[in-house]
Design a protein. Structure first.
Length: 224
């Protein structure tokens, strides 16, 4: 089963109000509205695309060790994934799929890192809950996400919904702003050129990791 098939199956159960979530229809409708508004804003079209230069960054892993994109790119192509946080079940399924694909990605010569705005303790939870062996980096204030054109501010009505659901983003992220990154996947060549970009304002849609392999091979050719 593909990653998207798994996400679709989860979404169908979630939106049907099945346990353990038991979500009322009004909540689902508000989430649909927020996704539709983000799509209509055109934000995804303004994010960095294939052919653009990726901004360099240094972010801390959950143990406080700095990880530099430039250092990783000296080793070969870099696969970069942005996700919302450990509280997002779609993100966790996405990370699990990337973990399953990690041997193939590494065999193709690529490094993989994931970036979210959450604080280190929640990144550690991401690692623990999803049995991850690749770096999870904390992007305070979504600054790196903003450099890639991915940061967006939640609408007031969505903030109120999140508060009612006890989904306290300022606490999760150690940041008073109610901002998130649009989920995104990039493959970056060693010279910093983006050779693959997938940005989706619908957080329930994620590209299958198997689709990264041709882009990694392309990135390796750029390096050669």
């Amino acid at each position: 089963m593909s990653l998207q098939d798994k996400l679709d199956a989860f979404k169908a159960d979630f939106e049907a109000g099945k346990p353990p979530y038991n979500v009322p229809r009004s909540v689902i409708e508000t989430m649909h509205r927020a996704t539709a508004d983000l799509i209509a804003s055109g934000a995804a079209q303004r994010a960095l695309k294939a052919g653009d230069q990726a901004p360099a960054f240094t972010l801390n892993d959950p143990d406080g060790h700095p990880v530099s994109s430039l250092d990783l790119l000296r080793q070969g192509p870099l696969v970069l994934t942005f996700y919302r946080g450990v509280w997002c079940p779609y993100c966790n399924m996405d990370l699990q799929a990337l973990q399953a694909a990690l041997p193939e990605l590494r065999a193709a010569g690529a490094s993989l890192v994931a970036i979210s705005p959450q604080v280190a303790a929640n990144s550690r939870k991401s690692v623990r809950n999803n049995a991850l062996t690749f770096p999870i980096l904390s992007d305070a204030h979504n600054d790196v996400a903003a450099a890639f054109g991915l940061r967006f501010e939640l609408q007031d009505y969505l903030v109120e919904l999140y508060k009612s659901l006890k989904n306290d983003l300022p606490a999760f992220n150690g940041d008073p702003s109610w901002t998130l990154p649009m989920p995104a996947r990039y493959v970056i060549a060693p010279d910093g050129t983006i050779v693959y970009a997938e940005v989706n304002p619908d957080y329930t849609r994620r590209p299958d990791p198997a689709g990264l392999l041709p882009a990694i091979r392309q990135a390796s050719r750029v390096a050669a």
